[in-house]
Design a protein around this ligand. Structure first.
Ligand code: C2E
Ligand code: MG
Ligand code: MG
Length: 484
């Protein structure tokens, strides 16, 4: 070849123009958030996915309160910058929490868009209950707690949110948006700076939760918590060797609220920290009191929730409870969950090691329901596995469940751990467990959790009968067969 010809053309400008057109079509120029067109398209796509997966999706409609007045009194340019600042906080609020919490680090499934004026719309996919949408709404309302700083000025503004849920309140994007809007108007009537669901039943549930939360916040100072104790029995000797402290909440209006209901709420709100400290203190004091009354020492188990189990927090709480009660730490056992073990292994091992050095016992509660890797288990300084009651419940009918308890018992033996079965209700269950080589048990067959005074009476009666006298009617097998 002696030469080559060609043409080149710089198309950057055209590309830029295309970008610009796309931007104008899909974004809001002021806040750089997606606009109504795009958010409705995205919502339709998200709805199709939710329909396919059978999951729930929430649409949150946010309207700023009295925004017009800010525009009128401070001028439109301040108003514009306030909207930008609100958009910024909204973006951060959704990104930082939801997407990441649900394994969607880019927050692609949740969007925030500006509909126009002072109205924003958020769609939250993949929630399990309406309650989750309420949580997000509460967090969004929290962004208005701090004033917005614009030109040295501090501006306070609040927002009101309406929520509609797919599939409950509508099947398509338009309907959901319309219903979220209607709910927002209801919320404005009920009081600005709040949120409402479109459906009455969801509102009732949210109101119930709110009142439960308010009552829970006051429960500690009003001394509405108390502990019940459930004995742990060694069926080989018939001896009560320990007990589990289980917290109860008695509220004058709500009556007795079950821990299944208020513990998750206490975890959500952070109240679990002061509550957990109280439980530790009260339980240690009670255990010491029984010893002082002359009963043989018992190992006392206290449940520790995931949020409580942070290195310094838990160590300090235990130290305080030990110091205040004068209880020898070896009579204290902490029940942790498998999920704690699976968190950051290194930190958990360190924390557990510190607690062990103090002389405490550690057990893993509800064992078998999580996903503990077996190779992990041997690395943690733990003492006891508590077989979850769900396996015990059906073990007489379900060979699969009996196989699981048998496997846990055998594994505990191999790893040199103790094993205790929870939720033992029948003679049949006791016999099978015994047969499988488990002698430590806890459950209604022996006693329900009872108030401290009743537990003390029970100890006194046992002391009168003499130690280690298994009830005559229940002759256990001479020798429990070792599990396979
Ligand atoms: P958990 O630690 O697994 O406690 C055992 C639960 O089983 C208790 O329910 C107990 O009353 C119940 N139970 C015991 N024996 C039987 C039985 O034979 N049959 C049946 N069906 N149930 C039996 P409870 O007291 O309602 O406590 C529920 C959960 O609440 C506990 O489960 C524990 O995870 C949590 N919890 C209780 N107290 C505390 C606490 O002080 N702190 C924390 N973080 N969690 C607590
Ligand atoms: Mg427990
Ligand atoms: Mg349990």
């Amino acid at each position: 070849p002696v030469g080559m010809t060609g043409t080149t053309q710089d198309i950057s400008e055209r590309k830029q123009a295309e970008e610009q057109i796309r931007f104008l079509a899909y974004y809001d120029g002021l806040t750089k958030l997606p606009n109504r067109t795009w958010s409705m398209e995205k919502l339709s796509v998200a709805l199709a996915a939710a329909r396919h997966q059978g999951s729930t999706l929430a649409v949150l409609f946010l309207d700023l309160d009295r925004f017009q007045r800010i525009n009128d009194t401070m001028g439109h340019s301040i108003g514009d910058r306030l909207l930008q600042a609100v958009a910024e906080r909204l973006k951060r609020c959704l990104r930082s929490s939801d997407g990441i919490a649900r394994g969607d680090p880019l927050g692609t499934s949740d969007t925030v868009a500006r509909l126009g004026g002072d109205e924003f719309i958020m769609s939250i996919s993949d929630i399990t209950r309406g309650e989750d949408a309420a949580k997000v709404a509460r967090r969004i309302l929290d962004i208005f707690k701090e004033p917005f700083r614009i030109d040295e000025r501090e501006i306070f503004v609040s927002g009101t949110i309406g929520i509609s849920l797919f599939p409950h309140d509508g099947d398509d994007a338009e309907t959901l948006l319309k219903n979220a809007d209607a709910a927002m108007y209801h919320a404005k009537d009920a009081g600005r700076g709040s949120f409402q669901f479109f459906s009455a039943s969801m509102n009732a549930a949210a109101v119930k939760r709110m009142s439960l939360e308010t009552a829970l916040r006051k429960a500690l100072e009003r001394e509405e918590f108390l502990l019940h104790f459930q004995p742990q029995i060694d069926v080989a000797s018939g001896e009560v060797f320990g007990c589990e402290a289980l917290v109860r909440w008695k509220n004058p209006e709500l009556g007795l609220v079950s821990p299944g209901e208020f513990i998750p709420l206490a975890e959500d709100t952070g109240l679990i920290l002061p509550l957990g400290e109280w439980v530790l203190r009260a339980a240690c004091a009670q255990n010491r009191a029984w010893q002082d009354a002359g009963f043989p020492p018992l190992r006392l188990s206290v449940n520790i929730s995931g949020r409580q189990f942070k290195q310094d927090l838990i160590v300090q709480a235990v130290e305080k409870a030990i110091a205040a009660s004068g209880l020898d730490p070896r009579w204290l056992e902490l029940e942790i969950t498998e999920s704690i073990l699976m968190r950051s292994a290194k930190e958990t091992i360190e924390t557990l090691a510190r607690l062990k050095t103090m002389g405490l016992q550690i057990s893993v509660d509800d064992f078998g329901t999580g996903y503990s890797s077996l190779s992990y288990l041997s690395r943690f300084p733990i003492d006891t596995l508590k077989i979850d009651q769900s396996f015990v419940r059906n073990m007489a009918k379900e060979p699969g469940d009996a196989a699981i308890t048998s496997a846990i018992i055998a594994m505990a033996r191999t790893l040199n751990l103790s094993v205790i079965a929870e939720g033992v209700e029948t003679e049949e269950q006791r016999a099978i467990l015994r047969q499988q080589g488990c002698t430590q048990m806890q459950g209604y067959l022996f006693s329900r959790p009872v108030p401290a005074a009743d537990f003390g009476k029970m100890l006194a009666e046992r002391a009168l009968r003499g130690p280690a006298a298994p009830p005559a009617a229940q002759t256990p097998p001479a020798d429990a067969a070792p599990a396979a």
